[in-house]
Design a protein around this ligand. Structure first.
Ligand code: TRP
Length: 455
């Protein structure tokens, strides 16, 4: 990111600029597609409670750490860890692996969103609401691949020509519209007859649903949704001005991100209880949940095609801003390391992502017989990055800060811009709670998945 990075190092104007840019990277498919199906699968209210507790503790601490490291070193992840302690430069490399795994399958789902936009825009709402419409679609060999190519091409062209500024500007007014539309749809869903049971499932924790897997899933989702544990927030921090209140910004980004996820869940989870078989179906629904239940909700609404098309258009924008930022990250890491020119790097990254993404797309049809760890190929990539790699990066980051560079480095950086009201909490989490808990969760979940493999 050298030249380009240097030029724009100070590009976030004022307080709002930073929060909006970071929230733009955070809000994406993670909130609207991933959060609701995980909440449905892992016990509704139980998952929600665990998620919120983790967000205000671990999420808060890790985001403070990453942004502060970035602002202090003025480097992106790959150089930042090494600049603070040479022995730890491997952590920057490890963190860079996460966006490389996520980017290809993110585009597969971006392709599904594009398809649904076209379906609604061409007036096919009734067909999309059919029970097997989605599963039939993703099982086809070629069609999902076509949409995936289209989405990745769009992302690559935007990154290649460096026109993301325009997209980002428009997303700044489109995201609030998405938030408002989601609230309207959520209210509509909740007023449908039979929704009450789903609302209860979504809000009231039932501790018989609780297991270490719930915590791991919530933790992985938290990192994914806030774009943490992959060095992104370090890069954003490196562009942040010293006078912007770091702690307050973190609170605002979290509120924004968790708020959108919460509403997305409310739009989708109760609908499973209205249109399908309730709790059992919610648990089994899996990654297609948004594409299966939402069309049913829309088809029930007046002007269904218009509402559906608007919704998927806005989701497409949210997905594009995130995929652009993911690709930009991968491109800048490779450019820094290999000193290739930008055009070549963009093309190489796009082609590699295409090749890596193809199995994720075919894994629901042609290649569905191949099930690593008993999951579809897309779920497998998702699991490896979010439930294995990112918790390990988060764990190592805490150890790095608490036991190697010293927490004062971070707290002093936060205090450059304001008092640090949450300092005690921050220290407690980073030094004791996070390392112990993340380690325990990781071990228990790995044992759990080994058990599944052995059986
Ligand atoms: N947070 C994004 C979302 O919710 C996904 C994401 C994860 C991301 N890591 C990222 C986006 C890095 C941009 C950059 O959809």
């Amino acid at each position: 990111m050298d030249n380009q990075g240097q030029k724009s190092r100070s590009s976030f104007s004022g307080k709002v600029g930073f929060v909006l840019a970071a929230a733009g990277s955070a809000v994406g498919l993670g909130n609207i597609w991933r959060f609701p199906y995980l909440a449905a699968r892992y016990g509704g209210g139980t998952f929600l409670l665990v998620y919120i507790i983790l967000a205000v503790t671990f999420g808060f601490a890790l985001m403070i750490t990453e942004i502060a490291i970035g602002r202090k070193t003025r480097l992106s992840a790959i150089g930042a860890y090494g600049a603070l302690d040479k022995r730890w430069s491997f952590l920057g490399k490890l963190a860079s692996a996460a966006p490389m795994i996520i980017f290809p399958y993110y585009c597969v789902i971006g392709g599904w969103v594009t398809k649904y936009l076209v379906v609604f825009a061409t007036g096919n709402s009734a067909a999309a609401a059919g029970d097997t419409y989605f599963t039939d679609f993703i099982a086809r060999p070629l069609e999902p691949l076509g949409w995936f190519f289209l989405f990745i091409a769009a992302t690559a062209i935007i990154v290649l020509f460096g026109v993301e500024k325009g997209i980002e500007k428009s997303s700044k007014f489109l995201m609030p519209i998405l938030a408002v539309l989601s609230v309207v749809i959520a209210i509509y869903t909740c007023c449908l007859p039979g929704a009450l049971e789903g609302i209860k499932y979504y809000f009231v924790p039932d501790f018989s649903d609780f297991s270490p897997m719930v915590i791991l899933a919530a933790l992985g989702q938290l990192f994914y949704s806030l774009s943490l544990a992959m060095g992104i927030m370090i890069t954003y921090g490196s562009y942040m001005k010293k006078e912007v209140d770091l702690e307050k910004s973190v609170h605002q980004i979290e509120i924004f991100d968790v708020g959108i996820a919460l509403v997305a869940g409310l739009m989708i989870v109760p609908a499973v209880f209205v249109f399908s078989g309730g709790k059992g179906d919610a648990i089994n629904a899996g990654a297609g949940l948004m594409f299966i239940t939402l069309p049913k909700v829309f088809d029930n609404m007046p002007l269904s095609n218009l509402v559906g098309a608007c919704f998927f258009l806005l989701v497409l924008f949210a997905a594009l801003t995130s995929s652009i930022s993911l690709m930009e990250t991968v491109v800048s890491i490779l450019q820094d390391k290999l000193k290739w020119n930008r055009k070549v790097t963009c093309i190489v990254v796009a082609v590699c992502a295409l090749l890596i993404g193809v199995p994720s797309s075919l894994g629901h049809g042609l290649w569905s017989g191949f099930q690593p760890l008993g999951m579809s190929i897309l779920d497998f990539f998702d699991f490896i990055s979010n439930s294995v790699l990112m918790p390990i990066i988060a764990l190592l980051t805490c150890i790095f800060v608490a036991f190697f560079i010293g927490m004062d480095q971070i707290t002093d950086e936060v205090k450059v811009s304001s008092n640090f009201a949450g300092e005690k909490l921050y220290r407690l989490i980073t030094k004791y709670l996070a390392p112990v808990c993340i380690f325990a969760i990781l071990v228990s979940s790995i044992l759990n998945s080994l058990k599944i493999i052995v059986i």
